[in-house]
Design a protein around this ligand. Sequence first.
Ligand code: NAI
Ligand code: CS2
Length: 493
Amino acid sequence: MEKNLANSPLSVARPQWDHSRLVPRIVHLGCGAFHRAHQALYMHHLLEISDSDWGICEVNLMSAKGQQLVENLRQQKLLYTVAEKGAEKTELKIIGSVKEALHPALDGHAGILRALTRPQTAIVSLTVTEKGYCTVAASGELDIDHPLIQHDLAHPAEPQSAIGYIVEALRLRRQQGLPPFTVMSCDNMRDNGYVARAAVLGFARIGDESLAEWIATHVTFPCTMVDRIVPAATAETQQEIATALGVDDPCAIACEPFRQWVIEDNFVNGRPDWDRVGAQFVDDVAPFELMKLRMLNGSHSFLAYLGYLGGYQTIADTIARPIYRQAALALMLEEQAPTLSMPAGTDLAAYARQLIERFSNPSLRHRTWQIAMDGSQKLPQRLLDPLRLHLANGTDFRYLAMGVAGWMRYLRGVDQQGKAIDIVDPLSDRFHSISQQYPDDDRYIAALLDISTIFASDLAASQPFVSAVKQAYQQLIQSGAEAAIASLSRRAS
Ligand code: NAI
Ligand code: CS2
């Protein structure tokens, strides 16, 4: 038998509890890098200190990569490694909270629907990326024209989208008289529970108004704020982990030591006591969610576009440059923090300093290119919402405008050294044709601002916004990213 994590001597202990005690009460859609290092790890720590029987049924709906991961997990008895990499030391953990792993190519649609309709399934959680909800980024409403949604409406018993699976499963549960489950989004969207709810109800309503009513009454969609920097695995990190562990683990994932999880306590069918292992249950997640999306993710996107253009491959390399570090701090403290209203006692200056330290972690090698992905889905909550508040208040937003201009400059598809940029985004074809059609920068900017699924209709009509973005864009063209950013702080003094 091939040596693997389950059958070989390891440098760290495998979980000590009896795996057979686990019941797959959670079905998780989107077993990617983040979930493995976050929700599954919280569950693991809870199993370590309690006799909880909550286990996770992992489901990947997409891609050959997702299927490979499921096959690899099965081969190593559903165990995998998380490497928590601090600036100085790394801690390895063998995670034992997964009870089952499924993929439609291996188990069929029916296999996944069976897992979703087991009586004991109490929570369906998601990390399917922002685009996985098939919603309009600017409004959070279901995009009825989305190809996956169109497919699932025509073939409800063979869904392709996460939303199609959830609605079909709820329909079957209702029909069979089974209790509903909680739908818990753990994706980086503002009001992520409301977005999941709008997508599920929007879909259900098209086919069956009474089902939509049943869902609205019986299913809850708690909002969550999730935080842990988990870069995509690379051959290099896999090798490092294999060397430290003593055996290859193709499911291993590296992340930072920091983790945070704030959850709205609104579950219809029970939940694990994740608060015993560091999560926080609250009545209102919104302030925490907005703080994280604007201060962390907003500056992440700013650094990703402008760092990439400046020739920096990782966030740590970018933030090592004083100009970028100061700009990220100024963006957080001068333009994002003032848009937040936090519970008493929250120290946003300390939060910002901690973020700079986390971004500086040299062991993570979090690629600017990775964060730059899917900007059409990320910009509204990270940069555009706070920008609207500045426009309404007449306050300064030059760093936010530079972030938007950086994204536009990035979408030209050629970096400052003339090298092609691999743009990954659901709208990449549209971006490419806009760039080809409008060599003139002002018209190019206007055409991008016309994409209402990103900008709604107000921003293109705002003269202060349009001229700030055009000015920032021109600075990027004339002097490059680093000098353009430096000029922002000179303007401040
Ligand atoms: P990943 O690429 O490793 O995993 C993405 C997962 O989503 C995969 O399982 C993939 O099959 C699935 N997926 C992608 N498109 C889908 C679609 N249209 N429908 C259904 N499933 C789809 O990415 P990762 O790092 O796990 O991040 C996923 C999401 O988690 C992020 O987009 C973000 O919202 C959230 N997150 C990520 C953090 C990170 O540092 N990686 C931290 C905090 C939140
Ligand atoms: C990043 C996030 O990829 C991205 O867009 O900004 O995944 C970020 O690493 C996490 O939200 C940190 O919690």
